[in-house]
Every structure is written in C-alpha cells, then in structure tokens.
Design a binder for this molecule. Structure first.
Ligand SMILES: Cc1ncc(COP(=O)(O)O)c(C=O)c1O
Length: 358
C-alpha cells in the first residue's frame, strides 16, 4: 500500500537539491500517487488534487483575468453558481448562464473575450445531459478552453477528455472517494502548458489536500468499478419503481427512453448512474419536507456518491444559493427531491421509498 507520508518538508542535500519533494503544499508522495491514479482514470497525462471540489474549480477560474468571459450552464451545482456569480463576477469576469440543450446555442455567446466554457453533465439536480463532443467541436474551433465537471458520472461512466474536453474537474468527495469520509477535488488534463499554469496556481494559492485524505481516496478508488456497478443497478430499479408510483409527478433519470437527452446519454456514458430526482405530485414545501424526513434507509443529507443512499431537497439544501426564479426555471422546484442511490440491498431501498411516499 502507498505509505501515508505525514510529512510537511523534505531534506535537501544542498539548497534546491532534493529528491523531487520539497514542501508538501506543492508536492507530497502520497498525493502524487493519487494524482497519477486520478489522471489514469480520465485517460489524462496530468492530475492535480485539491482540498475540495470548489478548490479545484477556484484554480480554473484563476486562469482568467478581468474582462474575460465564461459561458456556463443554467443548471449547475449551487456552489459553482455561487462562486461564479458572487465571487469571480466581482473580479471583473463576466458569466453567461445558458441553455446547453442545443450545443449550437453556445456560438451566439462566444466573442473575443470568451476564454472558458464550463459545463456539468449530467446536470445537478435535473439530470440533463450535454453533448460533450458537440460542445468540444465548437470550443476547439473558437480556441476556448472547455472544462467539464464530471462529478455525477464519475470516470467509470464517462471520460470527457476522450470526447474533446481540455480539463476534467471532479468533486472527489463523491464517487471517487465513495465513502463520505473525505472532502477533495481534482483536475485532470493533457496540455502541458495548461498544467504548468494550473500547477503554479495550485502551489501559489495552496488549496491542496493532506496525505491521510489522499490515502483514503486511493483506497476508495480500488472499488470504484464495483461500487459504480451497484449504484447503476440500484438506480435502474429505483427509477422504474418511481415511474409507476402514483404520488410521483416528474422523474429525472437519463436512462428512460423518453428522457429528452437519452440518446446523448447512451452515446457518451456507459450506464446511467445512481443519481435521480423526482417531484412529488401537488406537494408544497411543507409536505415535501415531511416526505423527506420520513426516510429511514436513505439519510437526509447534502452530498452524493457514497455507498450509503442519501436524499436531498435541492431548493433549500444544495441549490439554496441560487435565486428562486433562476432555480425554478431550471426545474428546481419546492417539490423536487434528489436521490443519491447507494449500494445497499435494493429491497431495503424500495421498502423505504414505499413507506416514505405512502
Ligand atoms: C456537481 C458538483 N460539482 C462540484 C461540487 C463541489 O465539490 P466539493 O463539495 O468537494 O467542494 C459538488 C458538491 O456537491 C457537486 O455536486
């Protein structure tokens, strides 16, 4: 097993003459083993681990300068929206939040200031699928960096770099860690110059994770394929159960043939994952809260991607930082609940849904 190098600094034979490790904010052997592993999972040359998914996103945004413009989706993780709209917008960076259901929509928003396109697919929490290959064809032609938040799919289901993306971002906290015991982020990429710029930001700004967390994620990754298979199998069964339930209004899961982006999901993903959302027919906020609180096997909590099933109320939890009109337009209504389907026995999960939905 990779040792946990609980080491902040390293011996030097003479000033500057070291064995590849100098100071752990920049390099640590346990973290380096993890970064090589993360890069391999996304078929990338380089991996960089950060102390959270937001730390990784922050580093990408620091590639930009005042006056630059970013085009991103209108259905994003709430924390990403908050960072773009409330932090980087104040530093003179302009964000366009657009609908990516037709990738060609992108073209009309690109101008000479556009430096970055940032997409998330499947989107959180309405499970829309963006055609990465089609978006990458446009960004390549216009010489704009394409970054893809691949958290929901995990590298087991989707590899954006193979589809033309320049940077893949993960909240490692989720499927890669897999056990809800670590907060971490990562960037994976192929371009050496871009890697050097990101490594400079990583070391200069210092949002890098410690060796114990790196070890835990290395251990989690050993079972990524086993866990993802179980997440997907349980996801299929729960989606079908909810589809036939009389209390369910809309259900968002890309595995259904009538999902608007099913064909793209089939083309770019190997399965449909363990994330799905549904709305409770005619329920207001109070009734939706009551439903969410009745679950016993699903835990009501933020986050996703761990072996234990979670239920979440996006409007007041993960997406609370998005103004109501914007989130409702994206389908994040008060009666929407999101499931992160875990790897437990499917009968226990279905029974829990039956008793909670009534
Ligand atoms: C899609 C997505 N991206 C990014 C993040 C942020 O990651 P972290 O919580 O590790 O900072 C999350 C967290 O929920 C997420 O769901």
């Amino acid at each position: 097993m990779t040792p946990i190098y609980q080491t902040s600094t390293y011996w030097q034979a003479s000033p500057g003459q070291h064995k590849g490790f100098e100071y752990s904010r920049g390099t640590n052997p346990t973290r380096k083993a993890l970064e090589d592993c993360l890069a391999a999972l996304e078929n990338a040359k380089y991996g960089l681990a950060f102390s959270s998914g937001m730390g990784a996103t922050d580093a990408v945004m620091k590639l930009l300068a005042p006056g630059d413009e970013v085009i991103t989706g209108n259905d994003l993780y709430g924390g990403s929206y908050r960072m773009f709209a409330r932090i980087f917008a104040n530093y003179g960076i302009k964000f366009h939040f657009i609908d990516f259901s037709k990738p060609e929509n992108l073209i009309q928003h690109i101008n000479e200031h556009t430096k970055l396109v940032w997409i998330e697919t499947p989107t959180n929490p309405t499970m829309q699928i963006i055609d990465i290959e089609a978006v990458a064809a446009i960004t390549k032609e216009k010489n704009v960096i394409l970054a893809v938040d691949n958290t929901f799919a995990s590298p087991y289901l989707q590899n954006p770099i193979d589809l033309g993306a320049d940077i893949v971002m993960h909240s490692v906290t989720k499927y890669l860690g897999g056990h809800s015991d670590v907060v971490m982020g990562a960037l994976m990429l192929n371009d050496e110059k871009l890697y050097e710029r990101l490594w400079f930001i990583y070391n200069a700004c210092g949002a890098t994770p410690g060796p114990m967390d790196s070890f835990l994620v290395l251990r989690g990754i050993k079972t990524l394929h086993l866990r993802m298979k179980a997440h997907c199998e349980n996801g299929h069964q729960i989606a079908r159960f909810l589809k036939s339930h009389p209390k369910i209004d809309k259900i968002y899961w890309p595995g259904f043939e009538d999902h608007p982006n099913h064909d793209i999901a089939k083309k770019q993903m190997r399965d449909f994952g363990g994330m799905l959302s549904f709305s409770v027919k005619g329920a207001g906020l109070e009734e939706t809260f009551k439903t969410a609180s009745r679950f016993r096997v699903f835990s009501l909590a933020e986050s996703l991607g761990g072996v234990e099933s979670l239920i979440n109320h996006p409007a007041t939890m993960t997406h609370a930082s998005i103004p109501r009109e914007i989130r409702e337009e994206a389908g994040v209504t008060d009666n929407l609940l999101r499931l992160s389907v875990g790897v437990e026995d499917i009968e226990d999960l279905i029974k829990d849904l039956e008793q909670a939905l009534g």
